[in-house]
Write a protein that binds this ligand. Structure first.
Ligand code: ADP
Length: 151
């Protein structure tokens, strides 16, 4: 069974992530959305909220799982026996950043990183921009799945 880990902060899940995950399940038998827990990082949404947003967005999709993890992504992949890491690419800056991470991961473990190019419609969306819109009381609902709502 071909399984891929889609790691990230998902603070919050955006339509960009949603697009990559949906297309990921056409390539893999299972896509595991993995929320990385970094104790030093300040998040807008709690871990529980971020997890709930993703679970609700894919409630009807049995091939998509949501987990949380600490530590190195490749160590977590080995632990749960996943052979692929899935990442999205928006622009040249993403490519340079992702290239360095993918090379490092390959040095650490025999795990392949698979990249999907973002859809044109969602290529400008980033969680940081969504957070900025939310902080300034703008309409963020066009940038995120319906499950992502601020209380
Ligand atoms: P990180 O904190 O690691 O940047 P994110 O949750 O922001 O995590 O992103 C996780 C993955 O989703 C990364 O591969 C990132 O490139 C991808 N991604 C984020 N936004 C988009 C988008 N709009 N289109 C495609 N991929 C995206």
């Amino acid at each position: 069974m071909k399984r891929a880990l889609f790691p990230g902060s998902f603070d919050p899940l955006t339509l960009g992530h949603y697009d990559i995950i949906k297309r990921g399940v056409t390539l893999f038998d299972e896509v595991i959305v993995a929320i990385g827990v970094n104790a030093d990082k300040k998040y807008m949404f709690s871990l529980e909220e971020r997890k709930k947003f993703i679970e609700e967005a894919f409630a009807d999709e049995p091939k998509i799982k949501v987990v949380t993890y600490k530590g190195l992504t490749v160590d977590f992949c080995k632990k749960i026996d996943v052979g692929f890491i899935l990442r999205g690419l928006r622009n040249p800056a993403d490519f340079e950043f992702e290239k360095a991470i993918a090379h490092t991961n390959r040095d650490l473990a025999p795990i392949e990183t698979v990249f999907l190019l973002t859809s044109a419609r969602t290529s400008y969306i980033a969680s940081s921009i969504v957070r900025d819109v939310i902080r300034n009381s703008g309409d963020y609902t066009k940038l995120v799945p319906d499950s992502v709502r601020v209380k």
